[in-house]
Design a binder for this molecule. Structure first.
Ligand code: PHE
Length: 351
C-alpha cells in the first residue's frame, strides 16, 4: 500500500468511525462499534500494522495521521459514552420519580372494641380501689376450671358449663375455660394472702347464640382474700363499682344465687339506669342483674393451701359484654362478635 492509498484509507476510517461511534444507540452497541472501528481486526488496525512495511519517510507522515485519526476516534467514543450515560441516568431518575407534593395515604385509625372499652372501665374502677390485675390461660385443665372450684367430676353444675375440650396428646383434660374463676385458683396458688385481684378475660361455654347469649364471651373476675373480710365488705365494694359504672344514683340489691365455689352465693342487681327502677324495655322489672358473687367457699381456700380458719374472702364475676351492651345501648350481643367495622368504629376511642 503506498502513502496516498494509506492516507485515503485513514481518511475514510476517520469519517466512517466517527459516524459509527456517534450513531451507537446504547452502551452495548457503542462497545461493538468501538471494536469494529478501532479493534485489532478492524481496517484501522490493519492500516496501523501496515505502517511497518512502509518506507521510513512515509511511515513517519502516515503514522502521524494515523495517530491523529486514533485520537479523533477515541474522542468520539468517549463523547458518545458520556452522552449515553446521561440518557441512562435521566431514564432512571424519571422511573424513580417521586412527587413529594402529592398528598399521602393516611392509614385508617382503628378504634377500641366496645368490649375492650367496658373491660378497661371496669378494671380501672377496681385498680383505683387497690386491686391489681391477674391473668390466666384461656385453655385450662379440669382441676383449675372445675375441681379446685369445688366442682367434682360428677357435679351437676358441669352440665350447663361443659365447654370445648381440647385434644392435646399427654394432656387428657384440657378445655376452653368456662369462667374466669379459674384465675382465682391460679392466683392463690402463686402467692400467700392477702389477695386483691381482678382478672379480665375471654371465656367459652356450650351455648346457642341469641340476643343475650354467645358461646364466646368475657368476664372480669374479682377476688379479695384477707383476714376478717365480710359479706358487708363485698357489698360495699360492689355497690361502689355499680355506681361508678352506672351513676351515683343507682341502688343495689343482693339476691341468693348458687355457685359451687362460694357460700353464700349471691347475684347483684342494680337499679335500672334508664327507668331508675320503674321498669322498662331494658330491665323489665326495674333491676338489672349485673354479676354473680359470694364468699369464697372454705374448700376452695383449702384447695389452694390457704388456712380457711384464718382467712375469708369474696369473689365475683362481671360479664364485660353485658356491661358493654348496657353502657353503649347495643341491642344484641352477637353484634359484638360480627366484626362489622361500620358498627365497631362508632365508639371511636383509639388506643
Ligand atoms: N363464675 C361465675 C359465672 O360464670 C360468676 C361468679 C364468680 C360467681 C365469682 C361467684 C363468684 O357465672
Amino acid at each position: 500500500m503506498d502513502r496516498a492509498e494509506a492516507l485515503r484509507a485513514l481518511e475514510e476510517e476517520r469519517e466512517r468511525g466517527v459516524a459509527a461511534l456517534a450513531g451507537a444507540a446504547d452502551l452495548e452497541s457503542l462497545e461493538a462499534a468501538r471494536t469494529a472501528v478501532m479493534g485489532r481486526k478492524s481496517r484501522f488496525g490493519e492500516l496501523q500494522r501496515s505502517l511497518g512495511s512502509m518506507a521510513e519517510e512515509d511511515r513517519r507522515s502516515v503514522g502521524a495521521v494515523a495517530n491523529e485519526v486514533r485520537e479523533v476516534l477515541q474522542a468520539a467514543a468517549a463523547e458518545r459514552l458520556s452522552a449515553l450515560r446521561a440518557v441512562a441516568e435521566e431514564a432512571l431518575l424519571a422511573a424513580d420519580h417521586l412527587d413529594l407534593s402529592l398528598p399521602g395515604h393516611r392509614p385508617r385509625r382503628g378504634s377500641l372494641h366496645p368490649i375492650t372499652l367496658a373491660e378497661y372501665e371496669i378494671v380501672d374502677i377496681f385498680t383505683s380501689l387497690g386491686f391489681r390485675v391477674a391473668e390466666g390461660p384461656e385453655i385450662e385443665d379440669d382441676w383449675h376450671n372445675f375441681q379446685a372450684l369445688n366442682i367434682p367430676p360428677d357435679h351437676p353444675a358441669r352440665t350447663m358449663k361443659d365447654s370445648l375440650y381440647v385434644d392435646v396428646p399427654g394432656h387428657p383434660e384440657l378445655l376452653l375455660r368456662t369462667e374466669t374463676s379459674a384465675v382465682q385458683i391460679r392466683t392463690m396458688q402463686s402467692q400467700p394472702p392477702p389477695v386483691y385481684v381482678v382478672a379480665p378475660g375471654r371465656v367459652y361455654r356450650r351455648e346457642t347464640p341469641d340476643p343475650t347469649h354467645s358461646p364466646v364471651f368475657h368476664q372480669v373476675e374479682g377476688l379479695a382474700v384477707d383476714e376478717g373480710i365480710t359479706f358487708g365488705d363485698m357489698k360495699g365494694v360492689l355497690e361502689t363499682v355499680a355506681k361508678a359504672l352506672f351513676g351515683e344514683e343507682r341502688r343495689v340489691r343482693l339476691g341468693p344465687a348458687y355457685f359451687p365455689f362460694v357460700e353464700p352465693g349471691a347475684e347483684l342487681g342494680v337499679s335500672c339506669f334508664a327507668c331508675d327502677g320503674a321498669g322498662c324495655r331494658i330491665c323489665g322489672d326495674g333491676w338489672i342483674e349485673l354479676l354473680g358473687c359470694g364468699m369464697v367457699h372454705p374448700t376452695v381456700l383449702e384447695n389452694c393451701g390457704y388456712d380457711s380458719e384464718r382467712y375469708t374472702g369474696f369473689a365475683f364475676g362481671i360479664g364485660s359484654d353485658r356491661v358493654a351492651l348496657l353502657r353503649y345501648g347495643i341491642p344484641d350481643i352477637r353484634m359484638l362478635f360480627d366484626g362489622d367495622v361500620r358498627f365497631l368504629s362508632q365508639w371511636g376511642a383509639t388506643p
